[in-house]
Design a protein around this ligand. Structure first.
Ligand code: SF4
Length: 89
C-alpha cells in the first residue's frame, strides 16, 4: 500500500491526526501509525527492525534508517496503518 497516500491523495498531517494516527518525527521523514488499523502482520518489524521495534518507546524511530528505506518499508504495510511524509529540508 502506498504509504504516501490516503484515499488516493497525498497524505496530509491534519487528516491523519484526525483519523487517529500518531506522529513519529524524523529528520527527513515523518512516519504516522494508527494502532486501530494495524493488522499485526509484522512487515514493518521484519522490514527494518531498527526503525520499527515493538516494545521500545517510541517504537518507531524514523531516523534509524534512510528515508528511502523507511518509505519502502512503510509501503509494505498491507493495512494502511503506516503512512509517511517525506520532508524537503
Ligand atoms: S506492517 Fe502495518 S499492519 Fe503490519 S504490523 Fe506493521 S504497522 Fe501493523
Amino acid at each position: 500500500m502506498d504509504g504516501s497516500k490516503l484515499n488516493q491523495e497525498p497524505v496530509n498531517e491534519e487528516e491523519l491526526i484526525e483519523k487517529g494516527y500518531r506522529k513519529y518525527h524524523g529528520e527527513g521523514i515523518d512516519i504516522y501509525y494508527n494502532k486501530d488499523i494495524c493488522a499485526h502482520i509484522g512487515n514493518c518489524v521484519r522490514g527494518n527492525p531498527e526503525i520499527f521495534e515493538v516494545g521500545r518507546r517510541p517504537w518507531i524511530i524514523p531516523d534509524n534508517g534512510s528515508v528511502e528505506n523507511a518509505s519502502y518499508v512503510v509501503d509494505t504495510c498491507p493495512s494502511g496503518a503506516l503512512k509517511y511524509v517525506i520532508k524537503n529540508n
